[in-house]
Structure formats: structure tokens, C-alpha cells
Design a protein around this ligand. Structure first.
Ligand code: FAD
Length: 147
């Protein structure tokens, strides 16, 4: 596993999580998202990356007030890392085209108004946890480089 592979997998996870983050999160959902980011600044498996990410998060704290806000924040901090690595910045107005929620593709999956749920269970990290949007909207890839 290289730093690049780990990074790509982690951004996939974070942007997908943000794509499914509800527009009107509960207090618990907002706390889950903030905690996840905070844990990443300490536990991310690349120590140098974690240190830099901690600086970024201190300067630009996560905006978990809505799905749109969290998606923009995720894009913004990804750009902070891009700039540090000398990579081009991504146009954050296109983040919803690039990243969508989980597609329903399993026999037990059910498409709901708030995303893709295993039958009988709420989407996200347990009941009331992070999860939400999706709902089939914007699933189509728009020719942007998919992982
Ligand atoms: C929290 C964190 C900190 C990191 N810190 C470091 C570090 O200090 N040093 C280091 O060498 N590596 C670091 N990495 C890894 C680095 O960010 C890249 O993941 C890695 O270099 C591979 O880059 P890539 O060009 O393949 O695309 P990635 O940057 O991994 O991006 C994957 C895809 O996301 C899309 N994308 C790009 N920018 C954005 C954006 N702003 N918003 C939405 N989508 C976007 C593009 O389609 C791109 O192909 C870090 C990763 C993470 C998750």
C-alpha cells in the first residue's frame, strides 16, 4: 500500500460520506461527522499527512451544518492538500458531479429517499448516524476521472 493508494481510498470514503450526509442533519449526525474528522487528524495511517491535516482542520474547521456545506468543506480541505502537493485545485462547484452516494446494487439493498439502505436498517453509521442523501440523484458519472 502506498501513500497515494491510501490517499485515494480515503478521499473516496470522505467524499462519498459527504455525498450521503443529510441536508438537515441531527445533532448526532453532525457530531459523528465532526468526530470522524477529528479522529482522522490523529489516527490517519500516514503520520506526516495526519499532522498536516490537523493544521488544515484547525484553520478550516469542518462545516457539518448541512450536506451542501459538508461537501464544500471536504472539497476545500482536499484542495488544501492538493496545493501542498503541487497538484491543481479542483473546482468545488463540480463536486456533486464528481462524487455521489452509494449505488444500490445488492439483493438486500433498497433505494430510499435518503440513500441506499440494507432492508430494515437506516443508512449510515448505525441508526441516527452519518448517512443520508443519495437517493439516485446525480448518480451518473460525467466523464470526470472516476476512481
Ligand atoms: C487527509 C489526507 C491528507 C493527506 N496528506 C498527504 C500529505 O501530506 N502528503 C502526501 O504525499 N499525500 C497526502 N495525502 C494523499 C494525497 O492527497 C493523494 O490522495 C495522493 O497523492 C494521490 O493523489 P491523486 O492525484 O491520485 O488524487 P487524489 O488527491 O487522491 O484525489 C482522488 C480524486 O479526487 C478528485 N479530487 C481531487 N481534488 C478534489 C477536491 N478538492 N474535491 C473533490 N474531489 C477532488 C479527483 O477526481 C481525483 O482523481 C493525503 C490524503 C488524505 C486523505
Amino acid at each position: 500500500m502506498t501513500r497515494e493508494e491510501l490517499g485515494r481510498a480515503t478521499w473516496l470514503f470522505l467524499h462519498t460520506l459527504a455525498a450521503q450526509y443529510p441536508e438537515d442533519p441531527t445533532r448526532q449526525q453532525a457530531r459523528d461527522a465532526r468526530d470522524l474528522v477529528s479522529i482522522m487528524t490523529r489516527a490517519y495511517p500516514c503520520a506526516e499527512c495526519a499532522r498536516h491535516f490537523e493544521e488544515v482542520v484547525r484553520r478550516v474547521p469542518p462545516d457539518v451544518s448541512s450536506g451542501a456545506a459538508f461537501r464544500q468543506w471536504t472539497c476545500e480541505v482536499h484542495n488544501e492538500v492538493n496545493v501542498r502537493l503541487g497538484k491543481p485545485e479542483f473546482d468545488c462547484s463540480r463536486v456533486d458531479e464528481r462524487w455521489q452516494g452509494l449505488a444500490c446494487d445488492g439483493d438486500d439493498d433498497e433505494e430510499t429517499a435518503t440513500g441506499c439502505a440494507v432492508r430494515g436498517r437506516e443508512p449510515g453509521i448505525g441508526k441516527g448516524g452519518v448517512g443520508g442523501r443519495g437517493g439516485g440523484k446525480g448518480r451518473r458519472r460525467l466523464g470526470m476521472d472516476a476512481p
